[in-house]
Design a protein around this ligand. Structure first.
Ligand code: HEC
Length: 165
């Protein structure tokens, strides 16, 4: 019941996000020819914004959620952005791994992002932390299945941040 509601919330958020983001997307020019970089630059860009290093949204929101009280207005803006970027992630095609697996993992990620946003809008610190933990705990599985580059054996790579408390 709750799970169903959450899924619908995430979907609704995704749809609003998609409608709200026409234009503004910079064109990167033609893709590199054969022998170009191994990864998917669009996925990389989303990862950098969401998850790479202390400036990333995941890290920033994590720190803010530990404040008392958390700066909700800032978090609310960031969590919306998070959902938007996660919606973009769903649409990408990874260089490695099956489409089914990508759909499953990105859908789960998007649901957690939606939960984080819903909790932020409701100013529910406990629920926001649960959703944030779920996001932080899903890095490794997806990287093992779909990430082509990065240090061997490094789950999140450098900048994946401190382990969840
Ligand atoms: C749904 C799948 C998925 C999830 C979840 C995911 N990643 Fe990634 N991540 C990828 C893929 C695919 C790449 C490789 C992108 C490419 O092709 O260059 C990547 C690349 C990265 C990179 C390298 C970026 C660069 O500059 O090259 C970092 C850092 C990273 N992820 C951190 C994280 C962290 C931290 C989390 C969890 C909070 C996370 N990722 C969750 C799929 C995922």
């Amino acid at each position: 019941m709750i799970a169903l509601l959450r899924k619908e919330t995430a979907l609704a958020l995704l749809l609003t996000g998609l409608v709200g983001c026409g234009g503004g997307e910079a064109m990167d020019g033609p893709p590199p020819g054969p022998g170009g970089p191994p990864g998917n630059p669009a996925i990389k860009k989303i990862m950098v914004k969401l998850a790479k290093g202390p400036q990333s949204l995941t890290e920033t929101i994590g720190k803010e959620l530990n404040e008392t009280p958390p700066p909700w207005e800032t978090i609310q803006t960031q969590s919306k952005d998070y959902v938007h970027e996660s919606g973009e992630l769903v649409k990408q095609e990874p260089k490695k791994g099956s489409k089914e697996s990508w759909e499953k993992l990105t859908a789960a990620w998007l649901v957690s992002a939606g939960e984080l946003d819903a909790a932020a809008q409701a100013k529910d610190q406990a629920a926001a932390k649960v959703a944030h933990d779920a996001l932080k705990n899903s890095c490794k599985e997806c990287h093992q299945a779909h990430r082509t580059m990065g240090p061997p054996g490094g789950p999140g790579g450098p900048g994946s941040g401190p382990p969840p408390a």
